[in-house]
Design a protein around this ligand. Structure first.
Ligand SMILES: Cc1cc2nc3c(=O)[nH]c(=O)nc-3n(C[C@H](O)[C@H](O)[C@H](O)COP(=O)(O)OP(=O)(O)OC[C@H]3O[C@@H](n4cnc5c(N)ncnc54)[C@H](O)[C@@H]3O)c2cc1C
Length: 493
């Protein structure tokens, strides 16, 4: 199915392609009836990177077609519908940095208002409880708790997930504000595991398991992630804070309004529900085959898929071995979420803060306050689950996942019995078109693969957040789309 029938008609009218037979050296695609549709540049994926590539090309007068697997624009920018979850929380990207120049410009250009950040996984002060080691612990009690696994005074007093960030800050060898140094071979010695650095500072396996490997924001464990990746993140965060633009936050109505507005501004065709299964490049054209065996032909293609999704796409001629290996191996942060409506204010019953950070399958169990007119109102609860817990959850059926999250939450906090209604389940892990929330680099991967991902392969070009050099997340996706579009424009002339 395509984006809408008006666009489809416009597209066919503009190109007159229904009358062009295949095999004449023209670039084309078979529509439902086997007729040909041609495009100059095919862009695979309608996330921010694909949309920004398409709009950059459009701004310079180039024609393109976007091919998208799902029935939605925005990829990993995904806002729940109000009728599904009150307050329409973000299921995907949440925070827009003040220095997200491209994304904020797009929002301004397409009339999307940016409002305050909507806290999701970081509760406001005084609102968090630790539900760990089968105990409910207030932050003030944590420092002296008998199971606190940290050996240093400063670490004992911190929230467990903050501890490694101080270690990263203390050991970060990258020059301040340098956004590209993480790729500099000079720092390759730091492309080693977080565990290797934390062990040098005396942290035990248990301390690392709790602080890095339990419902934290990235990856799976301290052994599984490169500390250089976190030095990059720190430099990126400090650059964003230094931006002081007074902007940043979240789009009013949900972040998904931004890619939707970009999609509306795009005058080309967006073919939705069209998963790509193979791409074959010849000397003067590229043939793209969809899951339903329809064929698209283009002069150039820009692939914007997460590496995980790209593993399912056959590319011919094969990519260089190292590039393919990187695609096969890159890490994706596991994430699954159960959203609840509140039937009873359980926190008033037990007198404890509404949000809890747990070491269980209920993950970061967070009270969301997404009503702009009533900022103190809890609009919904999310069990935002990462690391191994998310992997376990995402292998279950929706029914089982909702049930086990609820059961584990109630076991640790009895006031939750009968308090919540699970209304929505979403997983990025095991999702064939994403594979996880965002890419992370395992030890050695930056040195080995970082320079490989964006390498064009004949007429095939690559974008997507994992190919970005300067920025991360949404802004990284925007950066990569612009870079890939400019590569192709140089070639088309
Ligand atoms: C839970 C979560 C929290 C996040 N938090 C933040 C945050 O706070 N701040 C921030 O900046 N970023 C955040 N991000 C990251 C941000 O969302 C991504 O970096 C960015 O949106 C990626 O854009 P992209 O275009 O590279 O990829 P995507 O958005 O993944 O776009 C790729 C598109 O390709 C499509 N596709 C996949 N396979 C195929 C196929 N075979 N054929 C055709 N189409 C296909 C997909 O459906 C998708 O639409 C978060 C992401 C998640 C999931």
């Amino acid at each position: 199915m395509i984006k809408n029938s008006i666009k489809r008609r416009t597209f066919i009218k503009k190109t007159g392609l229904l009358s062009i037979p295949l095999g004449l050296g023209l670039y084309g695609c078979q529509d439902n009836k086997g007729s040909a549709i041609e495009t100059d540049i095919a862009i695979i994926g309608s996330g921010l990177s694909g949309l920004n590539a398409a709009l950059t090309l459009q701004a310079f007068g180039y024609k393109s077609t976007i091919i998208e697997a799902t029935d939605r624009i925005g990829g990993r920018v995904y806002t729940a519908k109000e009728e599904d979850v009150p307050g329409h929380p973000e299921l995907g990207a949440n925070g827009i940095g003040g220095g997200y120049g491209r994304l904020l410009s797009a929002a301004t250009k397409y009339g999307i208002e940016i409002g305050p950040m909507r806290p999701r996984t970081e509760p406001r002060k005084g609102e968090l409880l630790y539900a760990i080691y089968d105990d409910l612990i207030l932050p003030d009690q944590w420092k002296t708790h008998p199971k606190n696994p940290f050996h240093l005074d400063w670490a004992k007093g911190m929230s467990p997930t903050s501890v490694p960030w101080k270690v990263y800050a203390d050991t970060n060898p990258l020059p301040e504000n340098d956004l590209t140094a993480w790729r500099d071979p000079k720092f390759a010695e730091w492309d080693r595991s977080i565990a290797s650095v934390m062990k040098e500072q005396g942290f035990t396996e248990e301390a690392m398991k709790l602080s890095v490997g339990t419902n934290s924001s990235y990856g799976i464990s301290a052994d599984d992630m490169s500390v250089l990746n976190f030095y990059q993140i720190l430099n990126f965060i400090s650059q964003q804070s230094a931006a002081k633009t007074g902007r940043g936050g979240a789009a009013i109505g949900g972040n998904q309004r931004i890619p939707e507005a970009m999609g509306n501004a795009y005058t080309g065709d967006i073919r939705q529900n069209s998963p790509v299964k193979s791409i074959s490049a010849a000397k003067d054209s590229v043939t793209i085959t969809l899951d339903n065996d329809k064929v698209v032909k283009a002069k150039y293609v820009i692939i914007t898929l997460p590496a995980y999704a790209l593993r399912r796409v056959k590319i011919d001629p094969p990519l260089p071995a190292l590039q393919q290996e990187g695609i096969d191996e890159l890490g994706y942060t596991p994430n699954a979420q159960v959203h609840f409506t509140v039937k009873k204010n359980y926190w008033e019953e037990d007198g404890l803060p509404p949000s809890m950070w747990s070491d269980k399958l209920c993950g970061r169990f967070m009270a969301l306050k997404n009503d702009v007119d009533n900022p103190e109102k809890v609009t919904s609860i999310v069990a935002y689950v990462n690391t191994n817990e998310a992997l376990k959850l995402s292998k279950m059926s929706e029914k089982d996942a909702k049930a086990i999250v609820m059961k584990e939450a109630e076991e640790i906090r009895p006031s939750l019995k009968g308090a919540l209604e699970p209304v929505y389940y979403w997983k990025w892990s095991n999702n064939p078109y994403a594979g996880g929330a965002y890419a992370y680099w395992k030890p050695g991967q930056i040195t080995k693969y970082a320079d490989q991902f964006a390498n064009p392969h004949g007429r095939i070009h690559f974008a997507g957040e994992h190919t970005a050099v300067y920025f991360r997340g949404m802004e990284g996706a925007m950066e990569s789309g612009e870079r890939a579009a400019s590569e192709v424009m140089k070639l088309v002339g």
